[in-house]
Ligand binder design. Structure first.
Ligand code: ATP
Ligand code: MG
Ligand code: FE
Length: 334
């Protein structure tokens, strides 16, 4: 089976062709980061406009690179949500138009299911499985009994991990998106500054990053007031260590408690060098298989949407012409 994936939930216009849910034939991503940078974050109206301009070109490019025609497609898989509603609509409407015009089945995909399924493009998934989802808008531990089944056993009570990275980066006057810049600084610093870790209740798999973010801001503020220099590298390293300590510890505890065969890491923050290294260290001594996608599959792309779409397609799930963008789409109900 051959699936065209389409992703426009945030600030990447992306299309990809994937064969049998695992074999990548093409992967085209038009990033809008440059246009949003000067505003320090994604501006929804600008995002929608870019998607409109890019979507046709990106889809054509993905088809051409893969050497496929519309008649070769088994299905078109598109991100239904969550995301920015105006941005989602561009992808959904393009997918609907193409599906209708060419008589191709339409499949709706949850963006976070996509992030998780990016891993299937690298290696087979083994169940039961745990996914550590760490993206710009989500921080979740998702238990999967089998393909397409999602149970959220823990999630952030305030900021997402990526959001915390971006906010701390902004305080350090680093460009948007801040995650990669903090990661870079952290490699060059040492975690000498004492910052909090939100463990929450002893049995909780939930997360909280807003206290940590405030602690970083206060540390900087107090230093400035006292005329003390603080090394941005050490602050970044300390912040990063605090985030990683909690993520890795809770993921490990959940993986053991749920007796999973595999743990996969998903979402933009999975690109973090420090997190990747610590996860490898922590899971090395277990017989749980750890999968972390390569960097280009961590951030938003359409290959992951096609890969997740393949599961939906083979389950016989179909969307119709009533499909709409759904900014608050629920992963568990999906
Ligand atoms: P969601 O998937 O929850 O809807 P999103 O699609 O905006 O949100 P992603 O594209 O998955 O999020 O990830 C973007 C986030 O990943 C940003 O917050 C960015 O700062 C962060 N990020 C990217 N690379 C790194 C890195 N090396 N270290 C830490 N964070 C990173
Ligand atoms: Mg993005
Ligand atoms: Fe994403």
């Amino acid at each position: 089976e051959i699936i065209l994936g389409i992703e426009t939930s945030c600030d990447e216009t992306a299309a990809s062709i994937v064969k049998n849910g695992t074999e990548l034939l093409s992967n085209v991503v038009a990033s809008q980061i440059e246009s949003h940078k000067r505003f320090g974050g994604v501006v929804p109206e600008i995002a929608s406009r870019h998607h409109v301009e890019q979507i046709t070109i990106v889809i054509e490019e993905a088809m051409k690179e893969a050497g496929v025609e519309f008649e070769d497609l088994s299905a078109i898989a598109v991100t239904e949500g969550p995301g920015l509603v105006g941005a989602l609509l561009i992808g959904v409407n393009s997918a609907k138009a193409l599906a209708l015009a060419h008589g191709i089945p339409l499949v709706a995909v949850h963006h976070i299911a996509g992030h998780i399924y990016a891993n299937r493009l690298m290696e087979p998934m083994e169940f039961p499985m745990l996914a550590l989802v760490v993206s710009g808008g989500h921080t979740e531990l998702v238990y999967m009994e089998e393909h397409g089944s999602f149970e959220i056993i823990g999630e952030t009570r305030d900021d997402a991990a990526g959001e915390a990275y971006d906010k701390v980066a902004r305080t350090l006057k680093l460009p948007y998106p801040g995650g990669p810049h903090i990661d870079q600084l952290a490699q060059e610093g040492t975690a000498t500054i004492d910052l909090p870790r939100a463990w929450l209740e002893p049995d909780s798999y939930d997360f909280s990053f807003s206290g940590l973010k405030s602690a970083v801001i206060n540390t900087l503020h107090n230093a400035t007031q006292r005329g003390v220099e603080i090394s941005p590298n050490d602050l970044a390293a300390s912040f990063q260590e605090s985030v990683i300590d909690v993520l890795v510890e809770k993921a490990h505890r959940a993986a053991v408690a749920y007796d999973v065969k595999q743990i996969v890491v998903a979402g933009g923050v999975a690109a973090n060098k420090g997190l990747r290294a610590r996860l490898r260290e922590r899971f090395e001594e277990t017989d749980i298989k750890l999968s972390i996608p390569p960097l280009w599959l961590c951030t938003d792309n359409a290959a992951m949407i096609a890969a997740a779409g393949s599961i939906e397609y083979n389950k016989g799930k179909r969307a119709d012409m009533k499909l709409n963008g759904n900014p608050g789409l629920d992963l568990e109900a999906f």
